[in-house]
Ligand binder design. Structure first.
Ligand SMILES: [Ca+2]
Ligand SMILES: [Ca+2]
Ligand SMILES: [Ca+2]
Length: 360
């Protein structure tokens, strides 16, 4: 019922497949592959560090797809042609109707490109005291990446521009030991972490409400503490916010070089935290004028505005052991809609065929 669900079942098909055909221009080689050594010490007293509970070494696969997934056979790319018998009877109006109906079902996922993550790039925001840089570890088959540090805001961005796409995939926190931010950025450009002109959207999700006052990074404008509110939200990021501004979705005057402005809370999960060891299916529809975010098939965020082009990125802040997996990109949803409309016309013609035949 969810695109990434059927796509996940074809992990073999995605191996070695980057998002070819999309405009690739990102740097190669995951910075995180040889990144900062893992650190497990708790941050300074009172910091939003690891919780008291032990780590959770067990890593689970995402929840299983529903047993009835009519699109599953499409994910291999081998089921796109009807059996020979169907072709032999394609001229029959009912056969034509059947073929058109199947193709209409196909078109909703036509063009889905499994995303290989080996060519994505990690970009950390400048360090803050007690919080190391992010460390993004791509799996051997490049179908998933796990961020392993309880650290500063960090982004792992795509090697293609992702406006005018639908993106689907799964996110899961693999530890019960923390309660901070997981999420995504849309419209991110390489270098945005230090760019005065940065402008992109942040969709993040906090497990528990917490007030904190970060120090630094060195040389940055000092900003007051802020409160991170439990739940999911979408914000606009401009320039180079401080950790305090990311934390509370605020734009402090003390830092004139950037800020974070919250645009909306999620419809159902706006004040609900994520659960550990739970796989969430995400879907993003992103155009120059709209962003919609679905979680487990339910619309959570729908905003209109003027939104920037740029990369899709995964985002963590003060949260480790976060795995993103089985992502697919479907370019140009408007194109798919047009193709779908054409097939609707084909079905209408097929339905009218028997009547005209009897009249003659
Ligand atoms: Ca501060
Ligand atoms: Ca500011
Ligand atoms: Ca933390």
């Amino acid at each position: 019922m969810f695109e990434s669900c059927w796509a996940r079942q074809s992990v073999k098909a995605r191996r070695g497949v980057a998002a070819s055909g999309l405009s690739a221009s990102g740097a190669r080689g995951a910075w995180g592959a040889e990144g900062v050594p893992r650190r497990r010490e708790r941050a300074q007293s009172g910091a939003p560090g690891e919780g008291e509970g032990p780590g959770h070494p067990a890593r689970r696969m995402p929840a299983r797809c529903p047993p009835t997934a009519p699109l599953t056979t499409l994910s291999t790319g081998e089921g796109d042609s009807a059996p020979a018998e169907e072709h032999a009877h394609a001229s029959h109006p009912h056969a034509l109707l059947w073929t058109a109906a199947v193709q209409l079902a196909l078109i909703s996922n036509a063009g889905a490109v499994p995303v290989g993550l080996a060519t994505w790039t990690a970009e950390p925001y400048p360090a803050v005291a007690g919080f190391p840089a992010g460390n993004w570890q791509v799996a051997g088959d490049s179908s998933s990446v796990t961020q392993t540090e309880n650290g500063q805001p960090t982004v792992f961005f795509s090697d293609f521009s992702a406006r005018n796409t639908t993106v689907t995939g799964t996110v899961e926190v693999l530890t019960a030991g923390d309660d901070d931010y997981i999420g995504f950025v849309r419209g991110f450009e390489p270098g945005d972490s230090t760019a005065a002109g940065a402008d992109h959207l942040l969709v993040d999700w906090k497990r528990a409400t917490q007030a904190f006052d970060f120090t630094g990074p060195p040389g940055a404008h000092a900003t007051p503490g802020s409160t991170a509110v439990k739940g999911r939200a979408v914000s606009r990021v401009t320039g180079t916010p401080t950790a305090d501004e990311f934390w509370g979705h605020v734009d402090f005057v003390e830092n004139p070089t950037g800020g974070v402005t919250e645009l909306a809370r999620a419809m159902n999960l706006g004040s609900t935290g994520w659960a550990d060891d739970t796989a969430y299916e995400f879907r993003f529809d992103y155009t120059p004028s709209a962003l919609q975010v679905f979680v487990n098939g339910v619309l959570e965020i729908s905003i209109a505005g003027s939104f920037p082009d740029g990369r899709l990125g995964f985002y963590n802040f003060s949260q480790d052991e976060v795995r993103y997996s089985a992502f697919d990109v479907i370019p140009e949803p408007s194109t798919a809609l047009l193709l779908g409309a054409g097939l609707v016309g084909l079905i209408a013609r097929a339905r009218s065929a028997p009547a005209s035949a009897s009249a003659g």
